[in-house]
Ligand binder design. Structure first.
Ligand code: G3P
Length: 218
């Protein structure tokens, strides 16, 4: 399973990249706003900077919601760097834009996926990735992980090449469950990635190893 970081924060992206395990980055307009980024030029510069830090796919989301606007933005974003993936919402015009951009060889990530039907249409349009949102389904008493499993099974059954990118991951157990289900990618906040390392027996064991060493090597 590939690991993407779900943030537009450059320090967090660098920290995750320095671990040596980062395969890519996902952003969205809310994450860009959190970093105080506004204006087209600043958006484009920020995406370029992320692409210079991480050697992997970087999702950059369109703002337009009409076909012409989405493809114009998508082409501009894709021209920034070969690793840019154009992120497009799972709406009617979005599916048409994914079909157009994928036919031009531009990678796409269909976002805001909340059911298998949306994932199927995005895949049929040629999306590189679909992004089902786990946490936001859990928030409304639905089962986000079940959706990941249903889409993984559907893509396996029909031999569909589109990758399942599990999004809206909120904690470490979401990542562990995605591993069991067979998601292709998990895009995670930094604290959820680092949370995978937490184990009291690791801390206790290391403390004892070092104490034993220092007894004979004062
Ligand atoms: O990848 C999508 C993600 O950024 C949404 O996460 O926590 O806002 O539901 P969240």
């Amino acid at each position: 399973m590939k690991f993407f970081i779900d943030t537009a924060n450059l320090d967090q992206i660098k920290e995750a990249n320095d671990l040596g395990i980062l395969d890519g980055v996902t952003t969205n307009p809310s994450l860009m706003a959190k970093e105080g980024i506004s204006g087209e030029a600043n958006f484009l510069n920020h995406y370029k900077t992320i692409c210079e830090i991480v050697d992997g796919d970087v999702s950059a989301e369109v703002i337009a919601t009409d076909f012409d606007g989405m493809i114009a933005e998508g082409e501009k974003l894709a021209a920034l760097h070969p690793n840019i993936v154009v992120k497009i919402p799972a709406i009617k015009e979005g599916i048409k834009a994914i079909k157009y951009l994928s036919s031009k060889g531009i990678k796409t990530n269909c976002t805001l996926i909340f059911n298998v039907g949306q994932a199927l249409l995005a895949a049929k349009a040629g999306a590189t990735y679909v992004s089902p949102f786990i946490g936001r389904l859990d928030d409304i008493s639905s089962d986000g992980l079940q959706l990941i499993e249903d889409i993984v099974n559907m893509f396996n059954y029909y031999d569909i090449a589109t990758q399942v990118l599990a999004a809206s991951i909120r904690h470490t157990m979401h990542i562990v469950e995605c591993l069991k289900i067979g998601a292709d990618v998990a895009t995670c906040p930094l604290n959820a990635i680092l949370g995978l390392l937490n184990h009291p027996l690791t801390d206790k064991g290391l403390e004892k190893f070092l104490a034993d060493y220092h007894k004979l090597n004062p």
